[in-house]
Structure formats: C-alpha cells, structure tokens
Design a binder for this molecule. Structure first.
Ligand code: MLT
Length: 282
C-alpha cells in the first residue's frame, strides 16, 4: 500500500485526487460532527466551501427538510440553523434532513475529493470503522491511499496529523508489515506519511490532551466548546463511516451488528441512506 498524507488541502487540485482512495480528516470538528450527524439519521450532507454557495443551494432545495449548517471562526453562522458542534446534531434536529454544511477547513477539504473513487470521512470517533471500510476494498493493499487532513486556517494542524498517523499505524498492524524501509515491506510511505507516524508516536498517547492543547483546541475552549473536544477524542464512539460520493454524503458504512440493530430500531436506517455490513465497497 502506498500512503501519502496531505496536511492541508491548500494548493491541492481536485483532479489530483481523481480515482484515488481518500480518507478525509477534520478531527476538530467537521469530520467528527459529520459522523455524529449521520449517526443521528441525517439523510444527506452536502459540504460546500462558502457561505454564499450554501445559501444558493438551499434556495433551490425543499426548505423544510433542508438545514443550513456550519461555522466561521468556530461559531454558528448567523441565520444558519446549526453550527459545527457534534452535540447540536441530535436525532430530533437532523433525522431525515438534508444538511448543507460549510466549515472553514473540513468542508473545503471534502470539496477537493469530489472526483475520488472512494472518499471516507474519518476522525478518532470512527477510526476502527475507517480501517474496516478500507479493508473491505478489494485489493486495497496494492492501492495508493491519500489521507487528506483539513488543517487549520490553511496551515498544519496537530490533531489531524496525529489522527492520520494513528490510522497509518493501525493499517500497518492490519496489513502486516512493520517496516517501511525495505522492499520486503508492502507499504510505501511518502515523507508526509512517515512524518504523520512520528507525530502519532509523539502525541498519540493522550488524545484528549493533544486535542485540548492544540491551536484549534485552545480556540474551542475559549469559545466554550470543551465538551466537543472531549467528544472528538473518544476513539470509536461513533463507529460508522460517512461516504462522500462526488458532492454529497448520503451513505454510511456500518460494520457493527449491534449498532445496525440499534439504528434500525430507532428508525435511523431509512431514506436514501444505504447501510452495509462487512462487505466489499464497490
Ligand atoms: C473547520 O472545518 O474548520 C472546523 O471544523 C472548525 C470548527 O471547529 O468548527
């Protein structure tokens, strides 16, 4: 498996991700929030880069079943129904709804992945499910995986890089080799992937602390969103994988039978949402 990490989506042309397998990460908070929104039954999530685009799209859609969501500077955008805290995305608020989501970095990264062959939305809350989703792709060991971190304000962010490194570490464990230096390894890591692994080894022991002490974590604490940081640090707390297909997230992959049963009982597996158990991803 070849792995490349982009630490920000800046200067990345969307055509560079064409036909690639992409894992998009925005730990604080877009990926975490999107995963919670899909868990709460959102019918679809359309990530867009600007507030203007979000307003334009919502104007063309059915207003009662469509919500404008997102943040600027971490705060809910004026006139929007929801901000970017995972706690706002309750079943009551989003079940069966289409969400137009614009966030400063995470939504921008997702718009870059519209030509990807597969794009999974990932963070600490669905890390194992992400590994399962990747493992289910036939021949994945021979693929080139792109891990696309959202970064912060067009710059590097420690929380996304740590998550990327943890993902690489887990993939290594899953697919066997522990070496990335010699040909006996089935992995070929770019310099950026090796850097992400080192960052994970340095900062991956206490995820909550790493998130809380990161630039964006401190900003969120100042805004009163400390609970969001705690939620974002809880590994595998929302074990499903939102899938971006071109411009929208409509599908979620679930690999846990108990979660599937739970969601089914609560009526959260209806609408256009396609849910799969352990299976191949086309
Ligand atoms: C983003 O996309 O920049 C973030 O998710 C910001 C935030 O914490 O809301």
């Amino acid at each position: 498996m070849q792995i490349t990490v982009y630490f920000t989506p800046n200067h990345l042309d969307e055509l560079e991700l064409r036909d690639k397998i992409v894992v998009a990460i925005d730990v604080l908070r877009a990926s975490t929030t999107i995963t919670y929104a899909m868990l709460a039954g959102a019918r679809e999530i359309i990530p867009v880069a600007s507030v203007e685009q979000a307003m334009k799209i919502v104007g063309n859609l059915h207003s009662t079943s469509t919500l404008l969501c997102g943040e600027r500077g971490g705060k809910r955008i004026e006139g929007f129904t929801l901000g970017n805290s995972p706690f706002e995305y309750t079943e009551e608020a989003v079940n069966g709804k289409a969400l137009i989501l614009t966030t400063t970095n995470g939504a921008v990264a997702l718009t870059k992945a519209k030509y990807a062959r597969q794009c999974f939305v990932s963070s600490f809350v669905n890390l194992t499910a992400t590994i399962e989703a990747l493992s289910a792709i036939e021949g994945v060991a021979n693929e080139h995986l792109i891990i696309l971190c959202s970064g912060r304000e067009e710059e590097f962010s420690l929380e996304d890089a740590t998550c990327a490194g943890m993902l690489i570490n887990r993939l290594q464990a899953r697919f066997g080799s522990s070496s990335y230096t010699e040909s006996r390894s089935s992995f070929h890591f770019s310099d950026s992937a090796r850097a992400a692994l080192s960052i994970y080894r340095e900062y991956g022991n206490d995820i909550y602390r790493t998130l809380r002490e990161s630039d964006h974590g401190r900003h969120l604490v100042e805004l009163g969103f400390e609970a969001d940081i705690k939620a974002a640090s809880e590994i595998d707390s929302a074990p499903l994988v939102p899938v971006l297909e071109q411009t929208a997230i409509k599908k979620k992959l679930i690999f846990s039978e108990s979660l599937r049963v739970q969601l089914e009982e609560r009526g959260l597996l209806k609408d256009g949402t396609k849910t799969v158990r352990k299976t191949k991803v086309a």
